[in-house]
Design a protein around this ligand. Structure first.
Ligand SMILES: [Zn+2]
Length: 165
């Protein structure tokens, strides 16, 4: 008798506990990195398909290691992680709920690329603290390559903006 394989939904829940090392308030699932989770029928092997973020390439090794150790904690040792580069990752894959959490964390979330802006660094970004729209770009690169650094002209606080891509 072999024990039953955990359900795919359960595995998604476990992966939701794996945080992005650069933005710890978001999980790899929130970010839209995990595209697909499947058991190989009869093989007791899990295949996870991921699409790396454009800015997180150095972090991807850490992310896949964290995913493996999370699954190992739940007894899943045979994990194959496949990278899928097309379609390319976009910040539009970050869920609305996750964008709200980013804002609470003090990072202005990326604009919806499909709807508004074509600029990677949007012209008008509301301050995550006081919501003022009087803000200016300090640097097109913030604490990581995927963020820009802005400053609010009302509360004078600098803040990160997650660039849309
Ligand atoms: Zn402000």
């Amino acid at each position: 008798m072999v024990s039953a394989q955990p359900a795919i939904e359960q595995i998604w829940d476990w992966l939701k506990e794996v945080a992005d090392p650069e933005v710890p308030v978001l999980s790899v699932v929130d970010l839209g990195i995990v595209r697909d989770v499947q058991w190989i029928a009869g093989a007791r092997q899990l295949v996870i398909t991921i699409t790396p973020t454009y800015c997180g390439c150095p972090a991807m090794d850490a992310i896949t290691a964290d995913m493996r150790s999370m699954l190992a904690k739940h007894g899943i040792e045979r994990v194959e992680i496949r990278q899928q580069l097309s379609p390319a990752w976009t910040t539009d894959w970050i869920s609305g709920e996750a964008k709200a959490r980013l804002l609470d964390f003090g990072i202005a979330p990326p604009a919806n690329r499909a709807v508004d802006v074509t600029e990677i660094v949007p012209a008008v970004v509301a301050c995550p603290r006081c919501r003022s729209r009087r803000t200016e770009v300090l640097s097109r690169f913030g604490s990581t390559a995927c963020k820009a650094l802005y400053r609010c002209l009302d509360c004078l606080e600098p803040f990160d903006v997650f660039k849309q891509h």
